[in-house]
Design a protein around this ligand. Structure first.
Ligand SMILES: CC(C)(COP(=O)(O)OP(=O)(O)OC[C@H]1O[C@@H](n2cnc3c(N)ncnc32)[C@H](O)[C@@H]1OP(=O)(O)O)[C@@H](O)C(=O)NCCC(=O)NCCS
Length: 145
């Protein structure tokens, strides 16, 4: 498949916000994403096939730690390796930037995402009780070192 991974640009804020709204009960809005592009609080890589955004990953790197915020693939593009491409691209990029630790939180019912992360060597290191709202749910904390 001709999928390219690249940093999010202004042109693709709308499709990222649409995927976000399709995937999460408390999504980042267009305004949030535009602000993150400006202030760098969260950074994004998108996966696109020609002009169509198939998915994205959001993250931040602070010193030697990379925190993955979200990874999402548009429902109609799932199980084609897009999520894996995004995670592997981020891991390589973050290592080049000096990251040696990766961490994330994931809903404990989200078996697809947990399997995706485990595929890259992430391990469960703890539970954050009632971490999420809508619905209220525990988070599994996962690390990769
Ligand atoms: C999790 C998600 C990003 C996976 O994206 P994807 O593009 O379908 O992932 P891939 O095709 O690269 O699949 C990678 C691996 O993830 C696991 N996986 C993905 N979807 C799965 C499912 N529905 N059930 C079980 N395992 C699944 C499998 O181990 C898969 O490897 P395999 O295809 O070799 O079996 C996608 O399901 C999604 O966007 N979910 C909604 C958003 C979300 O919950 N994100 C995580 C927030 S922390």
């Amino acid at each position: 498949m001709g999928v390219i991974i690249e940093p999010l640009s202004r042109d693709f804020v709308d499709p990222v916000a649409e995927i976000e709204a399709e995937c999460f009960s408390v999504p980042f809005t267009k305004k949030d994403i535009s602000e993150y592009l400006e202030n760098g609080l969260w950074r994004f890589f998108v996966a696109r096939e020609s002009g169509t955004v198939l998915g994205y990953i959001s993250f931040r790197i602070v010193f030697d730690e990379c925190h993955i915020c979200n990874v999402a693939t548009a429902p109609k593009a799932r199980r084609r390796g897009v999520g894996s491409l995004l995670v592997s691209h981020l891991i390589s990029y973050a290592k080049e930037q000096g990251a040696i630790k990766f961490f994330l939180e994931v809903r404990e019912s989200n078996l697809a995402a947990i399997k995706l992360y485990e595929k890259f060597g992430f391990v469960r290191v703890g539970v954050s009780k009632n971490h999420y709202t809508m619905p209220r749910e525990n988070a599994i904390l996962m690390n990769l070192e």
